[in-house]
Design a protein around this ligand. Sequence first.
Ligand code: NIG
Ligand code: FE
Length: 422
Amino acid sequence: MSLLFINASQVVTCAGPPRGRRGAEMNDAQIMKNAAVAVEGERIAAVGPVNELEAMVPGATRIDCRGCVILPGLVDSHTHAVFGRPRYEEQEMRAAGDGYMDIAARGGGIHASVRDVRARDEEDLFLLARARLLNIASHGTTTVEVKSGYGLTTEDELKLLRVVARLSNALPLRLIPTWLGAHEIPFEYRSSDTGHAGYMELLLREMLPAVAKAGLARFADVFCEPGVFTVAETRLILDMAREAGLALKLHADELEPSGGAELAAEIGATSADHLAAISSGGISALVASGTVATLLPGTLLFLGRARQAPARALIDSGVAVALATDFNPGTSPTMNFPLILTLGVSQLGMSVAEVLIASTVNGAAALDLAGDIGQLSPGFSADLALFEADDARELPYWYGDRRCRGSWVRGKPCHPCELRVS
Ligand code: NIG
Ligand code: FE
């Protein structure tokens, strides 16, 4: 089946090298006017003048994109999208002065979601996550990384990862599963002196081997933060995860500068995420590495924190920066990725071209997928999204709005198309 997208106001191709873009490269999203996009089967065939493309895909279904901008489908490389109940009560607690870690110390925060997830069956979690992922797709996201991390027993972590696998078969979205068994020290292990070591033992001897054997995760991730997992523990877990065949991610330097970014660079992690408290040494380490810095401005906004990650310093020193939602019930309950692009411009000081690259090509690089998705170039997967706009700069401008009018993954409909098709 072939498709021909015609009459778009602009086509944002993000065309260029199939890897994370750094420094000035991030400021060039390769925006074309008077261009059409031809799709043959699962792949982009060509981008260019409509009369040239018509001959390449005779008989193609034509999609009239008048009043819309075409983009590579957005790549959300950091979410915790499978969970049970929302945690709205914590928002008021924080407003009244409680800290994120204080709430966790009392058994709330991640612990509350863990208790809730353990009590639910797979079907229940599947139905809740399916509705949330369809909402995510309605905003133009076509790839979603989904972490476990609310089970924290071998069986409950496997349950979450099985849910992601089922969702991946049931939905048109492209889902990338990540094992985050090291999301928190479970409450039952926190009460004793040896609890911490006991949970490390469980992670390394039982849970990781079981996850690797089940083949249910592509990445391993660790919440590397003082009071949760130390840099030394994170190194141990991720070294073993790599041996087990998983690629690596870290929640690093979110609340305090603890050396997480330096570790990510040293062990060749695909991405280091959060980084609001990254040190200058951490920035230098990332510059010298191939690790993508994934920034999550929605999280800090929702937590009411004044300090955002130093996006400008990261980009200007030459780090490849990605943006993502961090969608989760505690710190970032948004399914709206374009809103994160708004925050990229308004809170992080990024240009529109930079936020477009950060949410497409560099999101793909944060998932080791930059050779297949994230740009509209011949041979790349036909993952694309249409947004109602005359100019790409409108995407971060109409903040909080839903402008997506249709999306495709591997050339197949993802979010239903609202435009004229003939
Ligand atoms: O990325 N920081 C750790 N993990 C999540 C929050 C998870 C939660 O609060 O449920 C994050 O912000
Ligand atoms: Fe997270």
